[in-house]
Write a protein that binds this ligand. Structure first.
Ligand SMILES: [Zn+2]
Length: 247
C-alpha cells in the first residue's frame, strides 16, 4: 500500500479542485457560444458573398446589353438622319428619293423596335443593380456583426486565459506542498478517470463515483494507518479521509 503523510493526502483535494477548474476552463474555451455564433455568421457571409459576386457579374452582363442596345438605336437614328438630310437636299432621281423615303419608314419602325428592346434591358439593369445593392448592404451588415462577435469571442478567450494563468500558478504552489510520489500516483490514477484522481470520503460515500462503501471496505479503511493511501474499490480513485469521512 503506498504511503504519504495524511496532510499531503488532504492537499490532493486542493489539487483536484484546481484541476477540475482547469478542465472546466478548457471546456468553456472549446464551447464558447460566441464561437458558435461566429461560425454561423461566417457561413452566412460566405453564402451571401457568393450571391454578391454572381449579382455583380450579372450587372456587368446587363450593362453590356444596355450599351449594345444604345449603340443599335444610335446606329439606326444616325442612318435615318443622313437619309433625311439627303431627302431635304432634294438631290438624286425621283426613284432614289422614293427609295430613301421607303428606307426612312423602315428605319423608323426598326428604331421603334430597338428602343423597346433598350427599355427592357434598362429595366432589367435597374432590377439587377438593386439586387446587387441589397446584397452589398447585407455583406456590410454581416461584416459588422462578425467584427462585433469576434471582439466578444476574443474577450471571452482572454478571460479564460487570464483565469487559467492564475489557476496554474495556484496549482504549482499546491504541488510544491505535496509529496512527489503522491502527485505522480494522483496523475496516474486520474488520467483514465475523467480527470478525477482524488476524492473526499464523506459520510462513507466516495466523492468520485458517489457510491457508498460497503462494510468490509470501510473496515479496511478504518484499519489503515493515516499515512496509508487508500482507494475506492468501485472507481479506483484515491480516497482522502478527513473528519467528514464518517469513519
Ligand atoms: Zn469511488
Amino acid at each position: 500500500m503506498p504511503k504519504a503523510p495524511a496532510i499531503d493526502q488532504q492537499r490532493l483535494l486542493d489539487l483536484q479542485a484546481v484541476d477540475t477548474r482547469l478542465a472546466q476552463l478548457a471546456h468553456r474555451r472549446g464551447t464558447l457560444p460566441e464561437q458558435t455564433e461566429l461560425d454561423g455568421l461566417e457561413k452566412e457571409r460566405r453564402r451571401s458573398g457568393d450571391m454578391l459576386v454572381a449579382a455583380r457579374t450579372l450587372v456587368g452582363d446587363v450593362e453590356r446589353q444596355v450599351a449594345k442596345a444604345e449603340a443599335d438605336v444610335a446606329q439606326v437614328r444616325d442612318r435615318a438622319a443622313r437619309n433625311t438630310k439627303r431627302l431635304e437636299s432634294g438631290t438624286g432621281s425621283a426613284k432614289d428619293l422614293q427609295n430613301l423615303q421607303h428606307e426612312l419608314e423602315s428605319l423608323s419602325r426598326r428604331q421603334g423596335v430597338l428602343e423597346d428592346e433598350e427599355l427592357v434591358v434598362m429595366e432589367r439593369l435597374e432590377q439587377v443593380q438593386f439586387a446587387a445593392a441589397e446584397l452589398t448592404t447585407t455583406d456590410t451588415e454581416l461584416a459588422e456583426q462578425i467584427a462585433d462577435v469576434t471582439a466578444r469571442r476574443d474577450a471571452a478567450l482572454a478571460e479564460v486565459a487570464q483565469e487559467e494563468t492564475a489557476v496554474l500558478a495556484r496549482r504549482q504552489a499546491i504541488v510544491m506542498g505535496i509529496d512527489d510520489a503522491l502527485v505522480a500516483l494522483y496523475e496516474k490514477v486520474r488520467a483514465p478517470r475523467g480527470g478525477v484522481g482524488a476524492a473526499l470520503l464523506r459520510s462513507r460515500r466516495c466523492g468520485g463515483c458517489q457510491l457508498e462503501l460497503n462494510a468490509s471496505d470501510l473496515a479496511g479503511i478504518r484499519g489503515a494507518a493515516s499515512d496509508d493511501v487508500v482507494f475506492c474499490e468501485e472507481c479506483g480513485r484515491i480516497l482522502v479521509r478527513t473528519e467528514e469521512s464518517g469513519l
